[in-house]
Design a protein around this ligand. Structure first.
Ligand SMILES: [Zn+2]
Length: 361
């Protein structure tokens, strides 16, 4: 017996719920697979989805239905149109926020450098959410300082470059491009640069989280210190946080690729070992855009997750409510999935994980 029950959670936009006269049907779908907590998407890359009054109304309705209701924010921007592919890519995020800058000196659309304005606005958002009763916020996996990929990244804006020189005078005068090139053969330089990116994410978390609120983290597929994501330190700063590990592979093409399964398994295992506690580790069970991963493969992904030791299944579908056939497929597979979860031994996370990521998406 694995000792951890199989649990499901889901997130959606409050605007989607409040405009939908047939939302009662969707509530039944969520209940049909045993969703226990819903995370409502409140604040997305610098903008509220709905008024605070509407968010509070949505929360009350769902609580009356028996769900635990918590918040989900999209904090810093993905660097791509990750929320709704039918919309053009927005260059800016919050009003007065600054785009991150890449190692060539170009601003990245839809990204944010962690600065005082972004922190002040995000802190005010969390204080408002806490006032209406939320105690947890899940941050989408745009909480990072780089885009997907194995290369050294981070924010190379003028302010961040000056900060790096101030922190490490031995690198005074270094250029953006030199940081990337020299770090390939200078581990101390790479480490200093990555640490500063991780510090930016931690500063955002430390300075925006009011008392009574716990931040929880979605870690990008294959995300690590190269992207400002230091799971060990995030855990130290927020010992009660949940971590949603990153799996990617939201469509049949990447999922069925010969490297697909291996890439998912390695990312789950590596990040779960860093979290070190499966009771606080959630899956990334997503089809994006909705429909790209067939319901059959959606369920197969859950089998992979259970096989790797995950028992907390985070169903996600961006800004579109998951179609009925996905809920039906999970519901129909529930007895088999529960049995698999009960009979598959959990991995020993105290044994260091040696393998590296498989870089395929
Ligand atoms: Zn910057």
């Amino acid at each position: 017996m694995s000792g951890l029950p199989l649990q499901f959670t889901y997130d959606f936009l409050p605007s989607l719920m409040l405009k939908d006269k047939d939302f009662g049907h969707k509530i039944k779908l969520m209940k049909s697979v045993g969703v226990s907590t819903v995370w409502i998407d409140c604040y997305l890359t610098g903008e509220w989805d709905s008024s605070l009054e509407d968010i509070a109304r949505c929360r009350r309705i769902l609580m009356d239905e028996g769900f635990e209701v918590q918040a989900l924010n999209v904090p810093l921007g993905h660097g791509s149109q990750a929320l709704d592919p039918s919309q053009p890519l927005a260059f800016t995020t919050g009003e007065g926020w600054s785009n991150r800058v890449d190692s060539e000196g170009n601003p990245w659309p839809s990204t944010t450098c962690v600065d005082d304005k972004c922190i002040a606005d995000s802190r005010a958002v969390l204080e408002s959410l806490r006032e209406i009763g939320f105690t947890r916020v899940f941050y989408d996996d745009d909480l990072r300082m780089g885009v997907w990929g194995p290369q050294l990244q981070g924010c190379f804006c003028d302010r961040c470059m000056k900060r790096f020189e101030r922190l490490h005078p031995q690198y005074a005068g270094i250029t953006r491009r030199e940081i990337v090139e020299r770090s390939r053969t200078d581990p101390a330089l790479a480490d200093a640069w990555m640490t500063m990116q991780c510090d930016s994410v931690l500063r955002f978390l430390d300075e925006t989280t009011p008392d009574g609120m716990i931040p929880n983290f979605m870690i990008m597929h294959n995300g690590d210190r190269r992207h400002g994501l230091d799971i060990t330190r995030m855990k130290q700063h927020f010992p009660d946080a949940y971590f949603r590990i990153g799996e990617g592979h939201f469509g049949d093409g990447s999922f069925l690729h010969p490297l697909g399964r291996s890439a998912i398994e390695h990312s789950i295992r590596k990040q779960a070992h860093l979290v070190g506690d499966l009771s606080r580790t959630w899956s990334e069970t997503t089809t994006y855009p909705v429909g790209d991963l067939s319901p059959e493969n959606f369920v197969e992904k859950i089998r992979i997750e259970i096989g790797c030791g995950l028992r907390n299944i985070f169903l996600m579908s961006g800004t579109v409510f998951l179609f009925d056939e996905y809920w039906h497929a999970v519901r129909d597979a529930l007895p088999e999935l529960r049995e698999m979860a009960a009979n598959t031994p959990l991995p020993d996370l105290t044994v260091p994980y040696k393998d590296d990521f498989v870089w395929h998406l």
